[in-house]
Design a protein around this ligand. Structure first.
Ligand SMILES: [Zn+2]
Length: 318
């Protein structure tokens, strides 16, 4: 078998993983490249769409009607989360954090910067950013049902990155890149639409982690067959080099999900099962203390660069 990332042809080790998010339990083969470590699906299913049910993305709660005061407080909190500016926001973030936005800090965003979010779904993250004053942002996702025009002016367009021609300061992929068939071509296109000195943020699950070593095919973020590529630190470095980027920084940002999700899969409990912690915490095989312990352990793993997901910051030369 030939690795689609580094091209190594070898007797790569193979694994069989089941579809466990929806609970279909059909089997899919993966191989782990001996050279670059990237875990990848052997055959890309021709009918991938059937693994994305109509309610895969949540649209219903993206634009809740909240009262103006709450909206203002959220705006301050999210400004702090994304930029570390706004002292009032710092306090609010401490009380009620928005962890999704903290991955943006190393990008050093300013409000006039042009940010493209690829594979953004309903665009929840962009809505937070837009409300915090970042209005030069756009979301695209070819798997959405249709274009979305939010009342505040944010647009989400139904298309892929290859249709994009404008120039951007930041192109980001929040847990979307691992779903894409064309890894090099996608990153190359991101390079081409970035201004010199611009950055790509890639947030993906990674096999350079305790969870993959410990749980193997029961690792919840393997997510067969939707995740086509589970990168290693080495295969990300390989991709960056192939496409002209410099890998500037890597931040592990995993959470308790890697434990409770994987332990459920070991017990043959799908993510969308009535016994799942995601569906009904009171029916799940974990008490509140156990979940807190998982969160503590996740923070320890992140500090040791062993969490099961990371944010990779790639710079286009200036
Ligand atoms: Zn490889």
């Amino acid at each position: 078998m030939e690795c689609r990332i580094c091209g190594a042809i070898d007797e790569h080790r193979t694994y069989t993983a089941k579809e466990m998010m929806l609970g279909m339990r059909d089997e899919h083969r993966y191989f782990e490249c001996k050279q670059c470590g990237c875990l990848q699906i052997v055959t890309i299913p021709p009918d991938l769409a059937r693994y994305y049910p109509a309610d895969y993305y949540s649209y219903s709660d993206a634009e809740k009607s909240v009262n103006p005061l709450k909206k203002a407080l959220i705006r301050m909190r999210d400004t702090w989360a994304a930029t570390r500016h706004c002292q009032m926001g710092r306090l609010l973030h401490f009380v009620s954090p928005n962890d999704k936005l903290t991955s943006l800090r190393p990008l050093k965003l300013t409000k006039g910067m042009r940010v493209l979010d690829v594979g953004c779904g309903a665009g929840h993250l962009l809505l937070s950013l837009y409300e915090a004053g970042f209005t030069q942002v756009l979301g695209i996702d070819p798997f959405n049902r249709e274009d979305i025009a939010y009342r505040n002016g944010l647009r989400i367009e139904k298309r892929d990155i290859f249709s994009e021609t404008a120039q951007w300061d930041v192109v980001m992929f929040h847990h979307s890149f691992e779903h894409l068939v064309e890894q090099q071509a996608t990153l190359q296109q991101a390079y081409d639409i970035l201004k010199p000195g611009g950055m790509v943020l890639l947030r993906v699950p990674t096999v350079s982690s305790f969870a993959w070593q410990h749980y193997g095919v029961h690792w919840v973020q393997l997510d067969a067959p939707r995740h086509l590529y589970l990168h290693s630190l080495q295969s990300i470095q390989m991709l960056a080099k192939q496409t002209g980027f410099t890998l500037e920084q890597t931040l592990y940002d995993s959470n308790a999900f890697q434990f409770w999700g994987s332990e459920q899969y070991e017990q043959n409990i799908p993510l969308q099962d009535p016994r799942s912690y995601a569906v009904a915490p009171q029916n799940a095989p974990f008490d509140a203390q156990r979940i807190r312990d998982f969160a503590t352990r996740a923070n320890e793993l992140n500090a040791a660069q062993q969490g099961d997901q990371a944010a990779f910051y790639l710079r286009k030369p200036g």
